[in-house]
Design a protein around this ligand. Structure first.
Ligand code: EPZ
Length: 426
């Protein structure tokens, strides 16, 4: 398993272009199954999860290809609605295939994606929405089989604004007969990107970005070309890393309006932020100030996907901050590792009390999930001395070669691959 070796204490500086959003690309790639013809996607990030999704689409009979950040998917020869269990296990986001496969074939066979490090990750809201549209759902062990002779538009209220459930229902409803109205829908920018993509194929979807989305069913959808929006969580991760290392960085190809809650927190921490068009300039000139309370919640509130990263910044602040995690029950797995680096953090169920310390110290730590791993990289960049982050494959799911990203900003970080190390005579 690869490791990252970081020599910390160097302020980040320079300019970085933010890559496309994993959490927009995955549902949009799944939705390409709805098109009759070829879909060309631009600004697609080069990530493990994207490769797995391409593999699944190929197993379903699609022709897929990728060159740099461009992905082409032709689903005209798609011939299966059975998502293999081994691939479901590889990536729980395969759940996004339910809606499109059901809409296209009238049937889908998938497996419970199961929980992961950050939580149980239930899918009851996904199944509730598909059932409301007319699907019959049979669960046998971990296998889930959905069938529907016809999908009929209806009103669907979500008890929780689930991102994935909102997206699956949108993708199932675009070819349903009649109109579907989703209330208490998720409002994330990735939902808006999915709406724009579906409409580019000829769908009639309005309201994404608000809590009410209306989908007027159409007979068929056609091929299109679409550019994926920038990854706000990668951008937020870089902003926090620059602040934690007291650096000065310019981010390009990002969307400041998707990061309002983070920019507000950084400004309250005394970090200098200038945002205009698709550029954000961050200067972490001094030790961060305390931010009394951060509560993660669905968009546009503070995103759970930036909680572990901002905790690193506040672990270096002058005073005590409180961070409350309300979205995933297992999202404090990075705390123990940060404490081993000298942080002073105590956790009471879903609340972390973060008492700032003057500095962190390098250590060997283990990434347990994608964003916790990113947080440990930030801690290593800010810490005094050497940090080794293990289980880097978690991080590769959401960041294109994170070591190259931070090396380009002046960090001393390199990837140690066991195979290469064995071949290395030195
Ligand atoms: C998406 O996950 C993202 N993943 C997550 O990003 C992100 O953290 C999350 O939205 C919240 O913003 C992708 O888009 C691929 P949810 P998703 O359904 O759709 C509960 C990352 O690091 N819930 O909004 O799974 C669930 O248990 C990843 O990039 C149900 O109870 O998130 C959780 O507590 C991590 N029943 C909460 O809702 C359901 O049917 C949020 O889940 C569905 C969800």
């Amino acid at each position: 398993m690869d490791k990252l070796v970081i020599e910390g204490g160097k302020p980040l500086s320079g300019t970085i272009r933010i890559h496309g959003a994993k959490n927009a690309a995955l549902p949009i790639m799944a939705a390409s199954l709805l098109a009759d013809g070829e879909v060309r996607l631009l600004n697609v990030p080069r990530l493990l999860d994207i490769e797995v999704m391409l593999g699944i689409l190929s197993r379903l009979g699609c022709d897929t290809s990728r060159e740099d950040e461009e992905v082409v998917i032709d689903s005209s020869k798609a011939n299966s609605f059975h998502v293999p269990e081994d691939l479901m296990k590889q990536m729980r986001s395969s759940i996004f295939l339910m809606g499109p496969l059901l809409a296209r074939f009238g049937e889908v066979c998938i497996y419970q994606p199961g929980g992961c490090a950050i939580g149980e990750r239930k899918i009851d809201l996904h199944l509730y929405g598909l059932e409301a549209l007319g699907a019959t759902i049979e669960e046998t062990g971990s296998q889930i089989r959905c069938t529907a002779n016809k999908l009929t538009g209806t009103d669907i209220h979500l008890d929780f604004p689930s991102v994935g459930a909102t997206e699956n229902i949108m993708m199932a409803a675009v070819l349903a007969e009649g109109t579907t109205i989703i209330t208490n829908a998720a409002r994330e920018p990735e939902i808006q990107d999915l709406q724009h993509f579906l409409n580019q194929m000829g769908a009639q979807v309005i309201g994404a970005g608000t809590d009410t989305i209306t989908i007027r069913g159409v007979k068929k959808l056609g091929a299109c070309e679409y550019e994926i929006l920038p990854d706000r969580i990668v951008a937020g991760t870089v902003l926090i890393a620059a602040a934690a290392t007291r650096g000065s960085v310019i981010l390009t190809n990002c969307n400041p309006s998707h990061l309002v809650s983070l920019l507000h927190v950084l400004r309250r921490a005394g970090i200098q932020i200038r945002a205009y068009d698709d550029i954000i300039n961050v200067n972490g000139l001094t030790r961060p100030k305390v931010v009394e309370r951060i509560v993660t919640s669905p968009y546009p509130a503070f995103p759970t996907d930036l909680q572990s990263q901002v905790m690193v910044l506040l672990s270096l602040a002058e005073g005590t901050s409180i961070i409350k995690e309300t979205v995933f029950e297992g999202r404090f797995k990075h705390v123990d590792e940060l404490v081993r680096m000298g942080a002073d953090i105590t956790v009471d169920l879903y609340t972390a009390i973060v008492r700032g310390v003057p500095r962190l110290f390098g250590a060997t730590v283990e990434a347990t999930d994608l964003r916790a791993g990113a947080a440990l990289v930030i801690a290593g960049l800010a810490a005094q001395g050497k940090t080794t982050v293990e289980q880097v494959h978690h991080i590769d799911r959401g960041y294109e070669r994170i070591e190259d990203l931070f090396q380009s900003l002046g960090a001393s970080v390199y990837r140690e691959s066991p195979l290469i190390k064995q071949l290395d005579p030195a």
